[in-house]
Ligand binder design. Structure first.
Ligand SMILES: NC(=O)c1ccc[n+]([C@@H]2O[C@H](COP(=O)([O-])OP(=O)(O)OC[C@H]3O[C@@H](n4cnc5c(N)ncnc54)[C@H](OP(=O)(O)O)[C@@H]3O)[C@@H](O)[C@H]2O)c1
Length: 292
């Protein structure tokens, strides 16, 4: 597995990361979740991404990976969902971090994102201060922001974040022009979320999910040259783009996990294919912002 520096954070992360959003409920049994999480690490993937909002995901990571904690980089997201505490306040961040530590049975978190924190809250500064106070206290290593568009623009220049998580895929390229270069220049790590654009090519009908529906429209409108293996093209496009340290694919299926490992092992796409995918998006670029 290829390991990349996550900006200047000192962390090294696998080019393929694991998005643990899909092990959020009983559609994946406890035994399946445990086997999948261990399989992820056995395959050499060392970045596991979760969030307060991903149902059973954090609890399951704690339950099934607590004896292997030193073997992986643990990323989560906070800002909401602490009982009795208003969302997006200093106390919500501090208690959210404490809650995540306890639930995931660990003494430290590697990367903690403010999860789609609204711009005006970011600008006000209290939650940013809370996250960095947690870092100073040794509870987390990297203070990070997760989101897109104007919020990412602010996060890039405010100097408070070592890493960003943002949408990067064949159908979501808003980050790739100015923002990716800026992050690279500033030594800010970038984690690509939704790197397969939800694998929308699988669906005969437009998906109901808001983001996947939009990705489906974009995929059709881009009229990319037909490919037998869209997952291969999509993953290699996102994972090997300049400045991207890791592409966190979500899956609950071990077979897809292995396919994704194989795709990464094939390395970057041919340059002319990357140019074609960029051009197909750029025809619509201004009308297609990043999707949270
Ligand atoms: N910060 C945020 O606000 C935010 C928002 C969205 C996502 N995320 C993060 O990003 C991660 C990924 O996002 P995502 O899951 O929405 O999108 P994604 O990774 O672009 O796509 C996931 C979908 O692709 C399918 N898939 C995976 N590998 C495949 C393959 N080789 N061939 C065909 N289909 C494949 C999965 O289905 P199967 O289960 O059938 O494999 C799943 O439905 C999440 O887990 C989460 O960690 C963060």
């Amino acid at each position: 597995m290829i390991l990349n520096n996550l900006g200047h954070t000192g962390l090294r992360v696998s080019a393929l990361g694991f998005g643990a959003m899909h092990i959020n409920d009983e559609r994946t049994t406890e035994a399946e979740a445990g086997a999948l999480l261990n399989h992820v690490l056995d395959l050499g993937i060392n970045l596991v991404d979760t969030a307060r909002g991903y149902g059973l995901s954090e609890e399951r990571i704690g339950r099934h990976l607590n004896t292997r904690r030193a073997d992986f980089v643990l990323s989560t997201k906070v800002g909401y969902g602490v009982e009795g505490v208003p969302d997006w306040t200093y106390d919500c961040i501090v208690q959210g971090v404490e809650r995540a530590l306890k639930l995931m049975q660990t003494d430290w978190l590697d990367i903690v994102h403010l999860h789609s924190c609204p711009l005006h809250v970011l600008e006000q500064g209290e939650v940013v201060r809370a996250l960095n106070d947690c870092r100073t206290a040794g509870k987390l290593r990297v203070a990070a922001y997760s989101g897109d568009n104007a919020e990412i623009d602010f996060a890039l220049v405010c100097g408070a974040f070592g890493s960003l998580q943002t949408s990067v895929s064949i159908c979501d390229q808003a980050h790739l022009n100015l923002r990716a270069a800026r992050a690279d220049h500033a030594g800010i790590g970038v984690i690509a979320k939704r790197p397969l654009a939800g694998a929308v090519w699988r669906h005969a009908q437009r998906p109901d999910d808001f983001a996947e529906g939009q990705y489906w429209d974009r995929f059709k409108a881009m009229s990319l040259p037909a490919k037998e293996d869209w997952a291969d093209l999509a993953l290699r496009f996102a994972a090997f783009h300049t400045g991207v340290a890791s592409a966190i694919v979500g899956t609950a299926k071990p077979a897809n996990l292995r396919r994704n490992i194989e795709a990464i092992s094939r390395g970057p796409l041919p340059a002319e294919l990357v140019v074609a995918v960029r051009a197909a998006f750029d025809q619509h670029g201004d009308a297609w912002p990043g999707l949270i």
